[in-house]
Design a protein around this ligand. Structure first.
Ligand SMILES: *[C@@H]1O[C@H](CO)[C@@H](O)[C@H](O)[C@H]1NC(C)=O
Ligand SMILES: *[C@@H]1O[C@H](CO)[C@@H](O)[C@H](O)[C@H]1NC(C)=O
Length: 408
């Protein structure tokens, strides 16, 4: 053996001794298990990257490394990183990914360049030729480096704030929601994360689509029902699994992902369709995800029965399709006492009791742009506007109780 390659061999040995990341994950009944067979409970936060600029938020205020350190300091173990299909459409159809410099100018107009300058000041590894996807790669690399898992989420087709029933991204065939481009985008990302960039070593799962919802107008070419859901989701899952057999595939439900009610019991979805977990070759890669924003709830018991009947019953041994369920979105204002109200207290209690994973909305203290307002203040953000510290010590301490309960 050549001396140099011998040295390289020896140099890579210590890295084999580190446990992290213990990938790939799989499921076993209702549990998610890592490659050593240990149970894994998702405990984390949403980091949006699917709005108009299509770049993970916050980089005009802080470095990727410092943002990831904040997440890590809470003992969270994953980030749900959102992306828009439009980024992949640009790569495939419009001559390639655009540079972040162009992306800021396109989305923010004449203020875009100043924001771009701030981004490269805080993140000097980027420059005028850095593309959006390279920023995603860099975020994934830093998460991996700091021992945090990556869950990718397809949040939107057209990059914008999500979600409403009239934003053109609601359902298959809606104004911006081209089902074929959606599948192509998922396939592209599933392949990309296993590919040559080698940044995504802690990538463990992908959510096929965030919050399906019934579009206001009849502009959508496909019926809003479980039958369409089944046809599209199975087709997409097949493509994702073929592109990357290692990652878990998260399936979200209808009505803003508040219900998966026919899935645990393999109920009739219409047109003779039934979701049978056992019929999938990759049955041990499938996970269900729900969202909950019952912020004005007055009864934890009723929230609990609602969540159970809308999908969490899949975790029961009695379910036909016994599967893990993760609450990938819930959240509340970080500027008041919401953290101690019925809603937050209830989720803080029942989700850890159910040994279910969760991802709070949201990390961002502000957005590059949201619904037309630049430098938008996010009062639900765990971080402050400048992404420099937690927005509220009390609210973070409340969240830490949930983290501790889930880690037990
Ligand atoms: C996962 O946790 C459950 C409940 O504590 C336990 O029954 C199961 O054996 C655990 N699995 C592993 C692999 O530790
Ligand atoms: C510009 O940034 C990209 C990644 O973002 C990097 O690959 C490239 O080497 C950088 N170019 C220069 C000249 O620093």
């Amino acid at each position: 053996m050549h001396l140099l390659s011998l040295l390289l061999c020896v140099a890579t040995l210590p890295s084999l001794l580190f446990a992290f990341p213990n990938v790939p994950f799989k499921t076993s009944k209702r549990w998610i298990v890592d490659s050593t067979g240990a149970n894994f409970t998702y405990i984390g936060v949403n980091w949006p990257g699917a709005a108009d600029v299509m770049i993970p938020e916050g980089l005009q205020y802080a470095s990727i490394a410092s943002i990831v350190s904040k997440v890590k300091s809470l003992k969270m173990n994953h980030v749900r990183l959102t992306f828009a299909i439009e980024m992949i459409d640009d790569i495939k159809d419009n001559g390639g990914d655009v540079t972040i410099q162009k992306a800021f100018t396109k989305a923010l107009g004449n203020k875009g360049d100043a924001v771009y300058q701030q981004v490269i000041k805080n993140n000097p590894q980027f420059n005028a030729s850095t593309t959006r996807l390279q920023v995603f790669d860099a975020v994934a690399a830093e998460l991996s480096k700091q021992g945090v898992y990556v869950h990718l989420d397809n949040h939107m087709s057209k990059g914008a704030w999500c979600c409403s029933t009239n934003d053109g991204n609601a359902w298959f065939g809606d104004k911006y929601f081209n089902a074929d481009k959606w599948k192509r985008g998922l396939q592209f990302m599933a392949d990309h994360v296993s590919g040559p960039s080698k940044s995504w070593t802690s990538m463990v799962s992908i959510g096929l689509r965030n919050e399906f919802r019934k579009p206001d107008t009849a502009g959508s070419s496909q019926a809003y029902n479980w039958q369409t859901w089944y046809t599209q989701m199975v087709a997409a899952a097949d493509l994702v699994n073929a592109a990357n057999p290692n990652i878990l595939i998260f399936l979200s439900g209808l009505d803003f992902d508040t219900t998966l009610s026919p899935i645990p019991g393999a109920g009739d979805l219409g047109g003779g369709k039934k979701f049978q977990k056992s019929s999938f070759k990759y049955a041990d890669k499938l996970v269900l995800e729900l969202h909950n924003y019952q912020n004005s709830a007055t009864s934890c018991d009723s929230m609990k029965s609602g969540l159970y009947n809308n999908g969490f019953k899949a975790q029961d041994a009695s379910a036909v399709n016994q599967m893990p369920v993760v609450l990938t979105e819930f959240g509340y204002s970080q500027t008041d006492t919401s953290f101690s109200g019925v809603y937050a207290s209830c989720l803080r209690k029942i989700i850890p009791e159910w040994d279910a994973g969760w991802t709070i909305w949201v990390l961002s203290g502000s957005y590059y742009i949201r619904s037309g307002t630049q430098d938008f203040e996010e009062s639900w953000g765990l971080l402050n506007h400048q992404w420099s510290d937690w927005r509220s010590t009390n609210a973070i301490n409340g969240l830490k109780q949930m983290i501790d309960a889930s880690l037990k």
